[in-house]
Design a protein. Structure first.
Ligand code: ADP
Ligand code: MG
Ligand code: MG
Length: 889
């Protein structure tokens, strides 16, 4: 067959590796069936058909598909001794979405398809359980009505029409829970559902099972393009061209009685990574009930008591699948009359913490090698474990407690709808999305929020899974919480826990969530910085064995430098001297220097700055203790240091004992139309050489002082914004003369290099290298100047470019390989043509971004330099880059 692959019933036409064609769900169903696991038989319509439909329009299918589906259906009928639409032995199927990349809950699935007034009677007779048959029927009509026929609520916080109807039926029949609905009540629900379909769509609910099937297939393909799937794809960089597969699978029933259940399990704890079967189930229910977060399910350990045989079988299958895939699995299962059926397996989404622990544990268990373990680490996800957590010594009393669904701490202002979350976040607010339960439609709000709190749902509900995937703090099943989204208010029933009072919160109030304990606090709780745990330490030893690229840090202060060293930085790649100028006691001297009328005046002021700078540099040298320290000489336009408002000008005038008009005149004289391209960088020192001279002297004196105290020093002096070789030739001479005078006879060696941050510098890099001991690519400015795009103004239109796909990625986040990257390669080639051993590094924000680190590795860099908290990320990215280039060889 061309477009259809069957699975189950003793054979399978696909395998796990066929994800691109069969989607993850279909490929793994085929793999599980081929391993002899209990998988209800079915077939997969390939992603190729989805691409065909996207191209030709909804409802248009490739020739021959219909016949293939009919043949595959006939095989399933034969295997199960049932017939689709039959009045005595009817076949019921699920129609399930499943893309190549896992997108939990973002697309649609329809269960119990094949039911109509005739087949429901057959199902009742055959099972001897009419209540069950009608329970399936009401589920089917509601699901099909929503997904295929579009009978849904118009507004986001309004309940779905079928839910409203069901609630009325429950009230009328005095049924508290879905399980308490009698056959009569369920019959009534089906009739009301169908009436609603007729009212809304103007057409009766389709009775013909083949119409139902093709309606569902079409809707699942269309769900590939629904808004939430679109948001999810953008968030996770999944190309829209992939398409989804459709799986048609024989139904098994978890709602057939008390020896039936449905559930979700992880082979390890997805929040912490600890090695325990972890999951949730509901007795007498269907799959959607667990993952949709409607009922709060029971923990999997309970299953060992309620259905021990099925639990034992699940434990066996879980281990088998984890060993087979050599990774933590996320399983979906159903138990029908005590018998286990597997409905899905995939690599489990996990938190950064769990990602590290699982990889390290699998190595310890002998299932993975060091290199494979490193390849399992998503460097960007390490970010989560490096974030601050709530100070354990200063925890305020909690006002609520739920399940710790996704760890980390989140402080934000409360909003009650996904749309509000988005609006507030766009205004720059940090928000917490607080909901009764979240549905996949809330994805855009979850993305905008810093944390998510829900009253219902479990650890495996879609919102929990999606939050973990995004690395967002999430607390679910906070049962004391009651949310009224329409009134924009909520109540914590317990008040401050144990006080017995009610605590009301309104939109805009601040709360703190602890995703590691499930606790909720009022206001903002105190945070403490994260520590590298022992597992991450272990992983990092493997990372450091593999990588060849060195990792340095951008640090302006001794505190930053210390943090970075604790994260494994091997030097300072960028120390911005100007940041030292802004402290109140220094800014005055800096202003005096800028406002001086002549060189003599500037030198007087610089003499005051010299000892301060010397102290700063000495401290950095001491902290770095023999590691290289790259110090960039003054870079920003001078007017950045001047006062701007009339009030500030008056103040400075007083401090300096000068008339305010003089100061104001100087300020306006120094104001530039385009300071980014103005009098800054080494241009300052071409006009006022004494500035760099004094800075060089401060560096040299600091080096000498620290060296005398027995600490090795490795100063690297860096000259910014060079556009022509002559600039560097002159300034190098100036700096070297000054430094040599101080260091003569000390035996201290130092180097002088330059930042490459202008396209012209890349082009003439061979000649610049004649005067440079090293190059450090300043990719922030290089990106601005290559694109002709000011970083400060790009906010107006860059988001649109990204949203509409005009640019594939933000070039200020990830190095643009074809433009900026090409210039960097040109620069490296030019520089090394002149000096084969030229040391090359990067000090822009890109230095801590995984794809850019990989670029730097390929381009032959010696090091990357990034902010302290990104050092571990860069180390992992460097190791993965080394492994990737080995694999290419
Ligand atoms: P999603 O991608 O949103 O998880 P699925 O296709 O996995 O959607 O379906 C959701 C749930 O529906 C599954 O977890 C499973 O419990 C239930 N389900 C799907 N197909 C069947 C089936 N053939 N028999 C019984 N339950 C099913
Ligand atoms: Mg699923
Ligand atoms: Mg710069």
């Amino acid at each position: 067959m061309n477009y259809v692959r069957q699975f189950g019933g003793g054979s399978s036409e696909g395998r796990a590796k066929d994800k691109a064609l069969l989607g993850g769900k279909g490929a793994n169903l085929a793999e599980m069936a081929s391993l002899g696991l209990p998988v209800p038989p079915g077939f997969t319509i390939t992603t190729e058909v989805c691409r065909f439909v996207m191209e030709h329009g909804a409802g248009t299918y490739p020739d021959g598909l219909e016949a293939e589906v009919a043949a595959a259906l006939a095989r399933v009928e034969e295997l199960t001794k049932t017939t689709f639409g039959d009045s005595s032995q009817p076949l019921l199927v699920s129609v399930r979405s499943g893309a190549p990349a896992s997108m939990p809950g973002m697309m649609d699935t329809i269960l119990n398809l094949g039911l109509n007034d005739t087949t429901v009677a057959a199902l009742a007779a055959q099972s001897g359980n009419p209540r069950f048959a009608w329970d399936c029927y009401r589920r089917f009509v509601a699901m099909y009505g929503e997904v295929v026929l579009g009978v849904t609520s118009a507004e986001e916080h309004e309940p779905e029409p079928f839910d409203t109807i069901l609630d009325e039926v429950k009230r009328k029949h005095r049924a508290n829970r879905d399980q308490d609905l009698t056959e009569a009540a369920l019959r009534e629900a089906v009739a009301l559902f169908k009436a609603e379909v007729l009212r809304v769509t103007g057409a009766p609910f389709p009775d013909d099972v083949r119409t139902q099937l093709w309606g569902a297939i079409g809707a699942v393909f269309q769900s590939w393009n629904n808004p939430r799937a679109d948001v999810y794809r953008k968030l996770h960089n999944i190309p829209a061209s992939m398409g989804t597969a459709v799986n048609v699978q024989v139904m098994v029933f978890g709602n057939l009685g008390d020896d039936c259940a449905t559930g979700v399990a992880f082979t390890r704890n997805p929040a912490t990574g600890s090695a325990e079967l972890y999951g949730e189930f509901l007795i007498n229910a269907q799959g959607e009930d667990v993952v949709a977060g409607i009922r709060t399910p029971e923990p999997i350990n309970e299953l060992a008591r309620t259905l021990p045989a099925a639990h034992a079988e699940l434990v066996r299958v879980a281990k088998l699948l984890e060993d087979h895939f050599r990774d933590m699995q996320d399983l979906e299962f159903t138990i029908q009359n005590g018998q286990l059926f597997m409905l899905q397996t995939r690599a489990g989404k996990r938190t950064g913490k769990a990602m590290i622990k699982v990889a390290v544990d699998l190595v310890a268990e002998g299932k993975l090698g060091h290199r494979e373990a490193v390849m399992r680490i998503d460097p960007a996800k390490l970010d989560e474990v490096l974030h601050p957590t709530i100070d354990p010594k200063a925890r305020p009393p909690a006002i609520g407690k739920g399940l710790p669904a996704s760890p980390g701490a989140a402080i934000g202002r409360v909003v009650f709808t996904a749309t509000a979350a988005e609006e507030w976040a766009n205004k720059g607010e940090r928000v917490l999305l607080v909901r009764t339960d979240t549905s996949p439609e809330d994805i855009h709000g979850m993305k905008a929020a810093v944390g998510i709190l829900t009253a219902r749902g479990g650890m495996t509900s879609h919102s929990a899974v999606v939050a973990r995937g995004m690395g967002k703090c999430c607390v679910t099943a906070c049962t004391s919480l009651r949310v009224d989204a329409a009134k924009k208010t909520a109540v914590f029933a317990g008040g401050a826990l144990g006080s017995g009072k009610e605590l009301r919160i309104n939109e805009g109030d601040t709360l703190t969530l602890d995703g590691s304990t499930g606790e909720v606090f009022q206001g903002s709780a105190p945070l403490v910085p994260a520590q590298l745990g022992s597992e991450l330490g272990q992983l990092m030893t493997w990372v450091d064995e593999i990588r060849t690229l060195h990792v340095r840090t951008n640090a302006d202060t001794p505190t930053d430098a210390r943090t970075a060293r604790s994260f494994g930085a091997e030097g300072i790649g960028l120390c911005r001297t100007e940041h030292m100028f802004f402290q109140p006691e220094r800014i005055l001297a800096v202003r005096e220097m800028i406002l001086a009328a002549d060189e003599a005046g500037r030198r007087t002021a610089l003499a005051k700055i010299l000892p301060m700078q010397r102290g700063d540099f000495a401290e950095l040298f001491r902290v770095m203790d023999g590691l290289p320290v790259t110090i960039r000489l003054l870079d920003p336009p001078l007017h950045e240091f001047l006062p701007h408002t009339p009030q500030e000008i008056d103040e400075v005038a007083q401090q300096l004992g000068k008339p305010a008009q003089v100061i104001a005149a100087k300020v306006s004289e120094l104001t530039e139309a385009n300071p980014m391209l103005g009098h800054r960088g080494c241009r300052l020192a071409i006009t006022y050489p004494e500035i760099y001279e004094i800075q060089a002297q401060a560096i040299a004196e600091a080096a000498l002082e620290v060296n005398k105290a027995g600490v090795k020093v490795v100063p690297e002096i860096m000259i910014p914004l060079v556009m022509v070789p002559e600039e560097l030739r002159r300034l190098r001479e100036l700096v070297a003369r000054t430094v040599d005078r101080v260091l003569a006879g000390s035996g201290i060696t130092y180097t002088i290099g330059t930042m490459i941050e202008l396209p012209r510098a890349c082009v003439v890099a061979d000649r610049i290298a004649e005067h440079a001991d090293f190059f450090s690519f300043g990719t922030n400015d290089l990106t601005q100047t290559t694109f002709g795009l000011s970083r400060d103004d790009a906010g107006r239109f860059l988001p649109t470019y990204l949203d509409r796909g005009v640019l594939p990625a933000d070039p200020f986040v990830a190095i643009d390989p074809e433009g900026v990257g090409a210039l960097i390669e040109l620069g490296v080639r030019g520089g090394r043509a002149t000096k084969p051993g030229l040391k090359v590094g990067i000090c822009g924000e890109h230095g801590g971004e995984p794809s850019s680190v990989e670029f730097c590795h390929r381009a032959g860099f010696d090091y990357v330099s990034c902010s302290p908290f990104r050092v571990p990320i860069a180390r992992v990215a460097a190791a993965r880059a080394a492994l990737a280039s080995e694999a290419r060889k």
